[in-house]
Design a protein around this ligand. Structure first.
Ligand SMILES: Cc1cc2nc3c(=O)[nH]c(=O)nc-3n(C[C@H](O)[C@H](O)[C@H](O)COP(=O)(O)O)c2cc1C
Length: 440
């Protein structure tokens, strides 16, 4: 019996300049403000029949590490970073099938604006819009919007639920078939099929209806990374696709089981939420060559330890420059009102390691512990085995070094092997993003 195929996504680093100064980064020092790298990337991803590209984002220049912006600015760590909602239509116009998923932080937008911009993206792309719903993880970000501090972690998720209820209500304010454009009757929109929403929540309100008109998909695809229990509860209630970063097959299994169980408990169909796991494999012409490249990656990870810690500092609000780099974190009790699960996994995975070693291991994400290092056949086999064990639903490729070579290795190297093995699709069956997600 042939295996059920799995889905593919790419977690696209939100800064063109991310790999600046490293091998294979081309002319990014000169071209960072051009959309070309992203456009080339989505064309390649579509050629490889990816379900979607998720555009990472956050909305501030980091200054947590060492209490200064220096390490971020000097090394282009998540800066400069352009607005993904402006980039998204450029990517849509360069493609025809792949889903485009900009990240939008709920504190930075009003729900009406999200409903309108993402709705417009769905129209412009012919039904391929998504939205990576994030609640934010730093007071430094919300201060750019005039607020002093973020709401407490779980309150943010309560607000996110209400936010999504309102966005959905606005998208639903146009009934299917509302636009008739009938020359005979001279009616463009049937007034019976467009309604105000008159939404008055605890945090958000809107009159509606949405003035930008109905979405080809009805509602855009909602993506979420909810790793804490509260985050997963939220994702299970609203998301079409959930992305998770788990370092073990057991962890992946547990994560997917939990999200699906929560969806079922909320009265939904577990098959309507697709869980994709972040992977960053190291590929080579042969297993031996991949091992050499893995050793290089480990060396790069060590050399960039402070930059990696600066990213973790940015999302957790903890200044890791306060701790000695060459000593273990030990039993320190660290807490955050930011990304709780990021902190928990960072601390738990690295007990006994020095901070420098821990940071070096984070470079390249979860793939070390998953052992995804090898020639194309080796890694294709590993991915197939992992999916068979986990039960679904796919992988979200990511790389700390975004450049054309990284993308091509996956889209033109690995994916054809996965396709030959019947593990991923060889063509899109639908034009709409959600329909492709729901195909298997
Ligand atoms: C694969 C992945 C991608 C994410 N992308 C973003 C992002 O682009 N912007 C952002 O602010 N947070 C992002 N996050 C963080 C999540 O939105 C969330 O805050 C994090 O997983 C912690 O969840 P928790 O607070 O429920 O533990 C991402 C998380 C994961 C695992």
């Amino acid at each position: 019996m042939s295996p059920t195929p799995f889905h593919l996504g790419w977690f696209l680093a939100g800064s063109n300049a991310q790999a600046w100064g490293r091998p294979w980064s081309g002319a990014v020092g000169r071209d960072w403000a051009k959309p070309d790298l992203y456009v080339d990337a989505v064309r390649a991803l579509e050629r490889a029949c990816f379900d979607y590209v998720l555009l990472e984002d956050n909305v501030f220049v980091g200054d947590t590490y060492g209490g200064s912006m220096d390490v971020y600015l000097r090394n282009a760590v998540q800066v400069p970073r352009m607005e993904p909602l402006m980039l998204a239509p450029l990517l849509a116009s360069a493609t025809s099938r792949i889903g485009i998923v900009p990240t939008i932080s709920t504190f930075a937008y009003h729900p009406y604006l999200v409903a309108r911009t993402v709705g417009t993206l769905d129209q412009l792309s012919g039904g391929r819009a998504g939205w990576n719903m994030v609640t934010g993880s730093s007071d430094r970000a919300v201060q750019n919007y005039g607020m002093a501090a973020m709401e407490p972690h779980d309150t943010r998720y309560e607000m996110a639920s209400e936010f999504c209820d309102l966005v959905n209500a606005l998208w639903d304010s146009w009934e299917p078939g509302a636009v008739v454009a009938d020359p005979e009757s001279g009616v463009f929109v049937d007034p019976e099929k467009v309604r105000p929403v008159d939404f008055h929540g605890k945090w958000y309100a809107s009159r509606g209806p949405l003035n930008s008109g109905p979405l080809p998909q009805g509602r855009a695809v909602l993506a979420q990374a909810g790793s804490s229990p509260r985050g997963r509860a939220f994702a299970a209630g609203y998301a079409d696709t959930v992305v998770g970063a788990e370092g073990t097959v057991e962890g992946m299994k547990r994560f997917r089981y939990d999200v699906r169980a929560r969806r079922a408990a909320a009265g939904g169909d577990p098959d309507t939420v697709k869980v994709l796991f972040v992977v960053t494999p190291v590929l080579g012409e042969s297993d031996a060559e991949a091992e050499v490249r893995e050793a290089q990656r480990a060396a790069t990870g060590l050399a960039l330890a402070e930059q990696t810690l600066a990213v973790t500092a940015k999302t957790t609000g903890i200044d890791f420059a306060d701790f000695p780099l060459d000593e273990p974190l030990g039993e320190r009790e660290l807490t955050t009102n930011g990304s709780q699960d990021t902190l928990r996994t960072f601390v738990e995975r690295n007990r006994g390691r020095t901070l420098r070693e821990a940071a070096a291991l984070s470079y390249g994400g979860t793939s070390r512990s998953l052992g995804l290092v090898g020639g194309l056949e080796t890694v294709a086999g590993q991915l197939g085995d992992i999916m068979a064990e986990v039960g679904g639903d796919g992988f979200l490729f990511a790389s700390p070094d975004l450049h054309r070579r990284t993308i091509a290795e996956i889209t033109d190297g690995l994916v054809p092997v996965l396709q030959r093995r019947g593990l991923v699709r060889t063509g899109y069956s639908a034009t709409g993003f959600r329909d492709n997600l729901l195909e298997f």
